[in-house]
Design a protein. Structure first.
Length: 368
C-alpha cells in the first residue's frame, strides 16, 4: 500500500472518529470546532493531492471517499448544533467544503463548470446537515427559554403568594403586638399573634411543599374567608371593617381566589399606609356578569407621597389583567379607594371602560 493510500485511510478514520466522538460524548461537543477543522484540513489535503496528480485512486477509494464525505456532513451538523456560534460557522464551512470536493479524487470533470456542478451536488448534503443542526439548535434554545420563563413565572407566583398572605399575617402580628403593649389584655394579644404566626407558617409550609414535590399550584382563599379576614382585621384595630357581601354571589373558584387576594392586599395596605384609619368600607357584589370588589378607608397620611411602595399592587394588577378585569385605585375625600371588576364569564354584558382588558390607576397609589 502506497503512502498516499495510507494517508487517505487515515483521513477517513480521523473524520469518522471525530463524528463518532461528537455523537456519543456530549462533553466533547463544546470543543468540536478544532477537531473538525483538523479533520477537514486533512481531507482537503488528500483531495488536493489527487487533483494535482500526485496520487491515483486506489481500490475502494470511491467507497472510502463516500464514507468520509458522509462523516464530514454529520460533523458539520453536529458542530452547528452544539458548538459556540463564533467557532461553529467556520468549522462547519470547512467540513462542508471538504465533503463537497472529495468526489474530485475519483472523478475528473470535462470542464471547470462540470466540476463545480458535481461539487455543488455533494455540497447539498453538507448544507442539509447544517440546516438540520441549526434547526435542532433553535429548538434547544427555545426549550431552554421556555423552561427559564416557566421558572420565572413560578417564582413570581410564589412571591405573590408569600407577599399577599404571609405579609398580611405578619402585619397582623405586628398590629396585635402593638395593641397589646399599649392597651388591652396582653395574653389575648399574644394568642392572636400566635394564631397569625401559625397561619403564616402554614402558608410557608404549603409553598415549600409545592416546591419540593412539584405539585400543581391551586387557588388560595375564597369568598368564604373574606368575612373571617375582615373580623381579624377589625380585632387588630384600630380600624373596623364594614363588610357588605351579596349572599347570592356565586363565582368560579379562580375568580373567588383572586377576589380574596384583592381583599387581603387592600387590608394590608390600609394597615401599612393608613394606620390612623378608623373604618374600612368593603363591599362585594355581582351584577351584569361582573364581580366587583370595592374598598375604601378614611385615613390618608399626609406624608404618603414620600413613602416608597412595594410590588403588592403591581403584582395584583397583573393578576387582575390576566383574568380580563380592571383595577382602579384613587384618592377619595379623606381617604383612599380600591375597586376591582372581574368578569365572571365571557359575557357580552362585560364591557370594561377600555377597548381591551386593562388594569389602571386613577392616580398614584401606594403599594404594599
Amino acid at each position: 500500500m502506497s503512502v498516499m493510500s495510507v494517508i487517505s485511510v487515515m483521513s477517513v478514520l480521523v473524520v469518522v472518529a471525530v463524528a463518532a466522538t461528537a455523537s456519543f460524548r456530549p462533553g466533547f461537543r463544546s470543543r468540536l470546532p478544532l477537531p473538525t477543522c483538523v479533520a477537514a484540513a486533512l481531507s482537503l489535503v488528500v483531495t488536493l493531492v489527487h487533483v494535482v496528480g500526485g496520487a491515483r485512486p486506489g481500490p475502494g477509494a470511491d467507497v472510502l471517499g463516500m464514507v468520509e464525505s458522509v462523516a464530514l456532513m454529520v460533523v458539520a451538523g453536529l458542530v452547528i448544533r452544539y458548538a459556540p456560534p463564533r467557532s461553529a460557522v467556520p468549522a462547519a464551512l470547512a467540513a462542508g467544503v471538504a465533503a463537497a470536493v472529495w468526489v474530485l479524487r475519483v472523478f475528473t470533470p470535462a470542464s471547470p463548470l462540470e466540476g463545480v456542478g458535481v461539487c455543488a451536488f455533494w455540497g447539498l448534503g453538507a448544507l442539509l446537515a447544517a440546516g438540520v443542526g441549526g434547526y435542532l439548535r433553535f429548538l434547544d434554545v427555545r426549550q431552554d427559554r421556555a423552561v427559564a420563563d416557566a421558572r420565572t413565572a413560578l417564582r413570581l407566583r410564589l412571591a405573590r403568594d408569600l407577599h399577599d398572605f404571609v405579609a398580611h399575617d405578619i402585619s397582623e402580628m405586628v398590629a396585635h403586638a402593638q395593641a397589646g403593649s399599649v392597651a388591652g389584655d396582653p395574653r389575648q394579644a399574644l394568642e392572636r399573634v400566635e394564631a397569625a404566626g401559625q397561619r403564616a407558617m402554614s402558608m410557608l409550609d404549603r409553598t415549600l411543599d409545592m416546591l419540593h414535590h412539584d405539585r400543581s399550584r391551586t387557588p388560595v382563599g375564597d369568598l368564604s374567608g373574606v368575612r373571617e379576614a375582615a373580623e381579624r382585621f377589625s380585632a387588630a384595630g384600630p380600624a373596623s371593617v364594614r363588610l357588605s357581601v351579596d349572599p347570592a354571589v356565586t363565582v368560579p373558584v379562580e375568580t373567588a381566589a383572586l377576589a380574596y387576594r384583592i381583599v387581603m392586599e387592600g387590608l394590608t395596605n390600609v394597615r401599612r399606609h393608613a394606620p390612623q384609619a378608623s373604618r374600612v368600607d368593603l363591599g362585594i357584589s355581582a351584577a351584569g356578569g361582573v364581580l366587583e370588589v370595592a374598598m375604601a378607608n378614611d385615613g390618608v397620611s399626609r406624608g404618603r407621597g414620600s413613602r416608597r411602595g412595594g410590588s403588592g399592587l403591581a403584582g395584583l394588577a397583573a393578576l387582575v389583567q390576566e383574568q380580563g378585569g380592571e383595577l382602579v385605585t384613587e384618592a377619595v375625600p379623606d381617604g383612599w379607594s380600591l375597586t376591582a371588576r372581574l368578569p365572571l364569564a365571557q359575557s357580552p354584558e362585560w364591557s370594561p371602560e377600555s377597548s381591551s382588558p386593562t388594569t389602571r390607576k386613577a392616580s398614584a397609589a401606594p403599594s404594599g
